[in-house]
Design a protein around this ligand. Structure first.
Ligand SMILES: Nc1ncnc2c1ncn2[C@@H]1O[C@H](COP(=O)(O)OP(=O)(O)O)[C@@H](O)[C@H]1O
Ligand SMILES: [Mg+2]
Length: 311
C-alpha cells in the first residue's frame, strides 16, 4: 500500500466522470459542424521557413525541427497561484497534485502515433467550469516531468485568462500569428522561470476567429511549434464549446480533448451536446472537476459517486 492508494482505489478523475455521465450516449450525438472558410479570408503563408520545409516525408526533403524559444523569461507569480488554489510548483504532495499526477500519467501513457499526438485540448460546455484551472494545473504537473517541454496555449480568445493567472505580461499571440503572416508564432511564446513551461497568449481577437482556425494555416503553425520535437506537449485552453465554434475546430487539431465537467454544475444534457460537437475530432475524455468550499478549503475532484463515503 502506498500513500496514493486511496485515490487509485476510487479511480481517476476521468474514470469517475465517465461513471457519473452516460458518456457513450453522449458520443452518439451529432457530428461536429463543418466550417466554411470564406473565399476572401486573407490566408498568407506562415512566417518563417517556406512551407516546403514542413514536408518531411518526401525523399531527400529537409527535416524541420521546431525552434527553441528564445524570448525573454518572465517569472510566474507563485503567490497568486497559491492564493487561487492552484498547484504550487515544487511544493508538497497534496490530494490535488496527486489527482493531476494520475491524469498526467494517463495522458503520457497513451500512444502517440499520429501527427496531432502531443496536442491536448482542455474544453468544457460552458465557461466557469474549470478549463483554465485544469489546463494550468495539468501544465504545471507535466512541467515537472524530466525531458518534457510544455507549451500552454491560451486559445480562449473571448476570455483569455492564462497569462494573468500566472502573473505574466501577455504580448501578441496565436490569433495574431494566424491573422498576420509577418508575425512569427515562436516569437509570441513567453518563456517562464519554470524552464520546461512556456506560454502562448491568445492574441488579438478578430471577427473571423473560427475561420482562421479552420484554415490550413493553423495546422502549419502548429507544426511549426512541434515538428521534430516529440517531447514538446501543447495544451490548449479552449473557449466553451456550447458558446463558440472555435473550440470544435481546435479539437480537430488535437489528439485528445479533455472535456471538463463539474459534477455540481454541468447538466448531463450539456455534456452530451458538448461531446457531440467534438465527434470526429480528438479522442474525448471527460475530466471531473468538482469544486467544493468547506472548512478545509478548496477541493479538487471531491465528488464521490453515490454510495461511496466522503473523507
Ligand atoms: N477545482 C477547483 N478548485 C478551486 N477553484 C476552482 C476549481 N475549478 C475552478 N476553480 C475556480 O473557478 C473559477 C472558474 O474556473 P475557470 O478555470 O476560470 O473556468 P473556465 O476557464 O472554464 O471559464 C476560477 O476562479 C477558478 O480558479
Ligand atoms: Mg478560462
Amino acid at each position: 500500500m502506498n500513500q496514493h492508494s486511496s485515490i487509485k482505489g476510487r479511480g481517476s478523475l476521468i474514470e469517475r466522470a465517465t461513471e457519473i455521465y452516460d458518456f457513450n450516449a453522449a458520443l452518439r450525438g451529432r457530428a461536429a459542424p463543418a466550417v466554411d472558410v470564406p473565399a476572401d479570408l486573407p490566408l498568407a503563408p506562415v512566417a518563417g521557413p517556406t512551407p516546403a520545409a514542413f514536408v518531411t516525408d518526401a525523399p531527400g526533403a529537409p527535416t524541420f525541427r521546431a525552434p527553441a524559444w528564445t524570448g525573454p523569461v518572465q517569472a510566474i507569480d507563485r503567490i497568486k497561484l497559491a492564493e487561487d488554489g492552484f498547484l504550487r510548483p515544487d511544493s508538497a504532495v497534496t490530494t490535488m497534485s496527486e489527482e493531476f499526477r494520475l491524469l498526467k500519467r494517463d495522458l503520457l501513457s497513451q500512444p502517440r502515433n499520429n501527427p496531432r499526438g502531443n496536442r491536448i485540448l482542455v474544453c468544457s460546455a460552458h465557461s466557469g467550469e474549470g478549463k483554465t484551472f485544469c489546463a494550468i494545473n495539468l501544465a504545471l504537473s507535466l512541467a515537472a516531468e524530466k525531458d518534457r517541454e510544455i507549451l500552454l496555449v491560451d486559445a480562449d480568445f473571448g476570455k483569455p485568462g492564462i497569462p494573468a493567472q500566472l502573473g505574466l505580461e501577455a504580448g501578441p499571440g496565436l490569433m495574431d500569428a494566424l491573422a498576420d503572416p509577418m508575425v512569427a508564432i515562436e516569437d509570441c511564446v513567453i518563456r517562464t522561470d519554470i524552464p520546461s513551461l512556456a506560454v502562448l497568449p491568445a492574441g488579438q481577437r478578430s471577427n473571423n476567429d473560427t475561420e482562421y482556425l479552420a484554415s490550413a494555416r493553423t495546422e502549419q503553425l502548429l507544426k511549426r511549434l512541434t515538428d521534430g520535437r516529440p517531447d514538446r506537449i501543447v495544451i490548449f485552453d479552449s473557449p466553451p464549446l456550447l458558446a463558440a465554434s472555435p473550440a470544435a475546430v481546435l479539437a480537430s487539431h488535437a489528439a485528445i480533448a479533455l472535456l471538463v465537467v463539474r459534477a455540481d454544475k454541468t447538466p448531463e444534457s450539456a455534456v452530451r451536446d458538448a461531446a457531440g460537437l467534438l465527434k470526429g475530432g480528438a479522442q474525448v475524455q471527460l475530466l471531473l472537476n468538482a469544486v467544493r468550499f468547506n472548512s478545509g478549503g478548496r477541493r479538487f475532484g471531491s465528488y464521490y459517486a453515490k454510495g461511496e463515503s466522503q473523507s
